[in-house]
Design a protein. Sequence first.
Length: 645
Amino acid sequence: MPVKVSVIVPVYNPGIYIEDCISSLRRQSLPPEEYEAIFVDDGSTDGTPARLDRLAAEDPRVRVIHQENSGWSGKPRNVGIAAARGEFVMFVDNDDYLGDEALERMYAYGVANGADVVVGKMAGKNRSVPVELFRRSHPRATVENAPLIDSLTPHKMFRRAFLDEIGLRFPEGRRRLEDHVFVTEAYLRAANVSVLSDYVCYYHIRRDDASNAGFQRFDPVGYFGNLREALDVVERYTEPGPARDRLFRRWLRVEMVERLRAKRLLGLPDDYRRELFGEIHKVVVERFGPGVAAGLQPTQQVVASLTAADRYDDVVALAEWEAGVVPAAAPTSVEWEGDALRLGFTAEYASGGAPMTFPADAERTPLTDTPKNLEEAVAWIGTETVARFEQATADLLLRERASSAQYFQPVEFTRETVPLDGGERVRLVLRATATVDPAALPGDGVWDAVVRLKLGGWTKECRLGPAPRATRPEPYAGVRAGRAVLPYWTEPHGNLSLDVGVKGRRLGLGQVRRPDVSVSGARLRARIPLHAADGTPVRLRFTSAGRTLYTPGALTAGPQRPGTLLEATLPSGLPRGIWRVALCLDPEAAEPQFGGLPFALRAGRGGVLVVQVPRPGTAEKLLRRARRVLGAARTRVAPLIKRRR
């Protein structure tokens, strides 16, 4: 059978960090005969070459190519392309890993849309990845209709025939940004690029030792010399004008202006800062016309203008001011409505620990002259922020704590100008409500609520919170698609998170009390502290003296909210005895999970009575612990006694 995908992994001294990469490749849902993994060892000096040889010996999908160290990833990737047999090639770094269905999904999406390049959704663990690009899927994306240019790392799937047809390969040798050169040309020459955003395909990892190549301090002269090569590609395949300026703006914004802002600049030694600034100044003056910076956000425009004017000290002063600007998102409501959880919040920027204020009256004015000093720069930024307030947005993302996968949630918001100081100053506040459908979240685990605020010259993220304990809402867990979802406030910070698939005590079933439960004839009713849609099916388990019985039930919305009414018909002819009751929220599960309820049923001649199962007190807990310790001790000592006898 033809190979559909060849995964190419350049390798250099990854140590233990390659294991997640290997495991993810072996777990792929694509049939084994339809993909291959080509590891190109670029002269590793640790135990990796032997590890890869053992892997290839035991797994026919794996091939290993050993070569002398070439200095960077370009040559290993080119060697992998030459050896590849697949219809598509996929590039993976040796310390990253793939989602289990990544190859299958990306290949199918690429074939369905006739794509030369397939960009799969990324998640960054302790490192940034594109966000806006993956707001939705783009079956036919271009640099004009989608923010493709935000994603220039090589971790994508490319049609092999396309690469051969245009002769595209990576620049080789000890150099930076070889991926920018390769990916930019691919975008500009591809017949179609498809962006898959409904599944996390690629996990981009920052090592615990922070030894990834991308996190090492670089030589500014060499770095920006290589960056010019990417700009050369844009010039080669575009005409002068707004489209080219828009592409150039990506490098001005990401690789230059953002390196000269706030804490990112202030955290560098002064001598290195000056060298970095000097090289950026050269590129800005040499390569960018006025149309490039004009499309930036206000603060970015000021940094670019000061850089072009070679005013290093003013750039540092602006960075010191901007370092105090942070987003703040305050929750206003957390409540269940139907199948969804509704999260209300406000979002604005703060400075110096207080909400930022802006001039009440402002008109949008182009930055035609470089500000004379910091005060003038801040004043222009404030005026432009107010004038552009209609462009401000607030988003809510749910970010899985374990994997860093994140998904946008539907949000409705309004913009509010709050007058201050007799009307001369204002606060700019966004009031938003997000709708979260837990059934749409792809997995169980803890999901943190993150607010992404775009206002003026800033796009920043913060956790939703903190919520003061005295005013924070305390919603029940909810049931959706057989999974329990618990909104809760983290300790000690008071930020909002969702525990999806929550079980045990955190589910809150221990709050049920004897007055909440009744039995009438064969009908059991119990008030349960869970939110669920009317008619949500459940399953009950009854156990007594080694016997187990089951019966279906349902959760219905009663007159008293929050919470639902559990209703079920008791098993026919319930034998005498004390029957413990447990609840399963997903009766269709192959291996149903039951959670115990804090009451039992006493079946006898007079019928069925509800009895409370008391929570164990402190003394009882200590007694149980002592029994466990003594039991473990007996287990260890018994063999010794037998030997003595």
